[in-house]
Design a protein around this ligand. Structure first.
Ligand code: GAP
Length: 457
């Protein structure tokens, strides 16, 4: 199997309808991506798998869908307006902009970790070690400065009275400002969790690596509210829970690792990433954070609403601690795409490309292939119609059966059923398994149960 680069994967995704460049007919908008028919199904199935694992299978877990645009005070209270920035540095010669910390890490091949350096330390390091701009080779940089990651937009009907509002840079605050509502309407007791899947926006200094780091992306966030003192145990628990989630979907343990943060985000007491080994190196898929009572205390202070919880057993009053598990949807999908991709030499000397997705993630579960269009279409269409009530089903009647198998392999469809004279005469179909390519004969009535039993998570 060839070692796919990130560029190979971007081309593959574009060619087969997983992911396209955003606004492509206008030469694109850098670092925006549009999911095509296969990519959208894959992404939705990934989100559904998360919902199943994190919401459906967990007692006291509730999903919400909060607005992206929020009162700007939310972002003052959360600390993002003052503290959510990257250290940027510009090459004065060619005007390329870098993140100073990643520039140092990359230039020293990871021997120096700039994560914990202050702005001044980074600046001195770059100057004293004569680091050169990787684009033009000059050694002439601006000072290291703050670069806000918050995207601003404006609200107002009269031009000169517009208020600045922000596109949310994380979903989490939507869960925090609804903490009291969810607590009241679900009559929950601690610990309980609020989940949310949705878009977030960040003005990244150095986006790139296809969908890995973009300015618009989706997060699946899970906030568990607990009594202070119970946070450490939950923090450790959710690190493992998220790792198991990825492994159950097909990411192998040897390509996953924990990375404990030395330098913590302004809201966290402890933070650990799960990283996956992409072709460009290990990259973060998930962050588990012990956010203490930081967020709810700040919202209490700024909104003047009491965020205290009263323990019904002890009458003890406290502001709950929050343990957060946050997964980037786009990064997860990218890892799943890399892991699924296989190139296999076949007995006849040809090679097949096949996406071996976990069947639950596969965009289509089954494809219906009439052997001879004229002769078998009618019964094939009736089977397609029946299966479509249960699963995402595709239908392909063009080209040789071999070519159609190849197309369904590339889409990652776990099962292909061929409709032929036996279907008309004996009510049977030939079902081919994507991974083994083995074929079995099934009665028409057995297809739904056979497929249904094998595409669960
Ligand atoms: N609420 C916590 C939070 O936002 P984070 O570690 O900054 O924490 C969580 O982000 C996840 O979101 C990351 O693990 C990553 O998968 C994803 N993510 C963050 N920035 C991203 C970007 N620019 N592009 C794509 N995904 C991103």
């Amino acid at each position: 199997m060839k070692n796919l680069t990130i560029e190979n994967m971007a081309n593959f995704c574009k060619q087969y309808g997983f992911i396209y460049q955003g606004s492509e007919i206008y030469n694109g908008l850098a670092n925006t991506w549009d999911y095509g028919p296969l990519g959208t199904r894959l992404k939705n199935n990934f989100k559904d798998a998360w919902r199943k694992r994190f919401v459906q299978e967990r007692p006291n877990s509730y999903e919400i869908d909060a607005s992206i645009l929020m009162n700007p005070k939310v972002w003052e209270a959360s600390g993002h307006v003052t503290s959510f920035y990257d250290p940027k540095i510009d090459c004065k010669h060619c005007k390329t902009r870098f993140r100073a910390d990643t520039f140092i890490n990359a230039t020293t091949n990871g021997k120096v970790n700039a994560e914990t350096m202050t702005f001044e330390e980074m600046q001195n390091f770059i100057r004293d070690n004569h680091l050169k701009c990787p684009v033009c080779g000059h050694e002439d940089f601006t000072d290291v400065r703050k670069f806000s990651q918050m995207f601003e937009t404006y609200r107002g009907t009269v031009d000169d009275k517009k208020t600045v509002i922000y596109l949310r840079p994380e979903n989490a605050q939507g869960e925090y400002v609804n903490y009291l509502n969810v607590l009241r309407t679900t009559r929950s007791k601690l610990p309980f969790s609020i989940a949310q899947v949705g878009k977030a926006f960040r003005n990244e200094v150095t986006p790139g690596n296809f969908t890995f780091r973009t300015i618009e992306f989706e997060q699946m966030e899970f906030q568990t509210f607990c009594e202070p003192g119970k946070d450490i145990e939950l923090y450790e628990y959710f690190k493992e829970y998220a790792k198991k989630f990825f492994m159950d979907l097909g990411l192998p343990e040897e390509k996953l690792r924990f990375h404990n943060h030395e330098k913590l985000a302004f809201y966290a007491k402890a933070a650990c990433d799960i990283e996956y080994k992409f072709p460009f190196g290990f990259g973060e898929l998930n962050g588990t954070h012990d956010r203490t009572d930081y967020d709810l205390s700040r919202h209490q202070q700024y909104s003047k609403q009491k965020m205290e919880y009263v323990d019904p057993m002890t009458n003890k009053k406290f502001i709950p601690y929050i343990v957060e598990s946050s997964i980037g949807v786009d990064r997860g999908v990218l890892a799943l795409l890399f892991e699924a991709y296989h190139e296999e030499k076949l007995g006849d000397g040809t090679t097949r490309e096949v996406m071996k997705f976990h069947p639950y993630l596969a965009p289509y579960k089954v494809t219906v292939l009439p052997l001879v269009k004229k002769r078998h279409s009618e019964i094939a269409l009736s089977i397609y119609k029946k299966l479509s009530k249960y699963f995402m089903t595709s239908y392909d009647d063009s080209g040789s059966i071999g070519k159609r198998y190849r197309r369904s392999d590339i889409a990652g469809t776990p099962f292909a059923i061929t409709i032929d004279d036996n279907t008309i005469n004996n009510k049977t179909v030939t079902l081919r398994d994507r991974d083994t390519m083995r074929q079995i004969i099934l009665n028409i009535d057995e297809i739904t149960t056979f497929v249904g039993d094998r595409v669960t998570f």
